[in-house]
Ligand binder design. Sequence first.
Ligand code: GLU
Length: 446
Amino acid sequence: MNVNRLMTDLERKHPGESEYLQAVREVLESIEELYNEHPEFEKAKIIERMVEPDRIITFRVTWVDDKGEIQTNLGYRVQFNSAIGPYKGGIRFHAAVNTSMLKFLGFEQTFKNALTTLPMGGAKGGSDFSPKGKSDAEIMRFCQAFMLELWNNIGPDTDVPAGDVGVGGREIGYMYGMYKKLAREYNTGVLTGKGLTWGGSLIRPEATGFGALYFVEHMLGEAGKSIAGKSVAISGFGNVAWGAAQKATELGAKVIAISGPDGVIYNPNGMTAEKIDYMLELRASNRDIVAPFAERFPDAEFIPGKKAWSVKCDIALPCAFQNELTGEDAAELLANGTWCVAEVSNMGCTPEAIETFIKAGILFAPGKAVNAGGVATSGLEMTQNAQHLSWSAEEVDAKLHYIMSQIHQACVKYGKQADGYINYVKGANIAGFMKVAQAMLEQGVI
Ligand code: GLU
């Protein structure tokens, strides 16, 4: 394999798909050396096959808003890779959603799902529908219209969507309701992230954030450090940031920042149960602003226009969107003494930021390892649905804990360098790749 040649070829085939090309390049650079030691991969053209999605379904979603006006959005499902199990991955509703974004997310999901130890292939879907400013009734009508097109392409043994940015329990509920009506099929395993009374799993809402903090604990443990007493800056205030803030606080860390598109909340006294609950209210308001947090809690300060990375912290956790932490932000964090960065959002850091952290020798781990607890717990939800059982919170949490420790171990196994530094990016990419590649080899040319 020659990374530059492969990338030139992909750039020609998929011009302008910058996020997708960025995600592919990162993986190729990590696996190049190992790949070239395995002639069977080259012979089976594994990488040429793995970088292209199995198929992309695109559709029009037309719905009526509260004013009676007709709206049209675009809908997608990218079924990326099914080598190790049925397609699995979230649905994103955001104004910027396009093919490039969902291809990057589906590609990442394939490796992430491989890391979870569970048999799940990779997929992603979504729409350029923006939930911002929409009423509950509009969200419901949109979700129903979206499912009217998607339902025929998914199923508990073929493709299992879940939430992502802009899609939480409420949206999953509306989509599941419509799926049942259309498919005349009542298998709860068709979607994950469901409500607790209709097949959802305890701990699933918290799982991405909880899993991320378990991973961080392992990273710190490996480096002889602990999380108690450390200051943590979190970007975002949605479901992922909420779970991360909750677990970080529980483990004795102080969450001193959360943020939104409007600015950062500097929260020097850390989180309380009330503050953490309020994050959920903020998200549910659909206003996409974080400023009201400081009105509600006067010991916190709202700084407009600033990012979470401007706050001095030990540990930085991007929990919002891809490329939200740039090379410049990385330099600012390092200058302020940050020594651990774990991506909780998918591809939260730009390539320049990652390079800056790795060069500086600080602890850095990529989203596909750190945030895999979300989809892993989706996998546990599928298992419970298939068994028609529900497990206790303790049981799910213990399994999540174990899975995160396995992912951490896999990263260390493939990412430990001769000088002892653990390159978690390399470790996660190689571990995920090896599993998918092996499965593809064994299943022949399909
Ligand atoms: N959207 C989440 C992710 O990026 C969860 C996907 C799922 O649970 O299927 O992994």
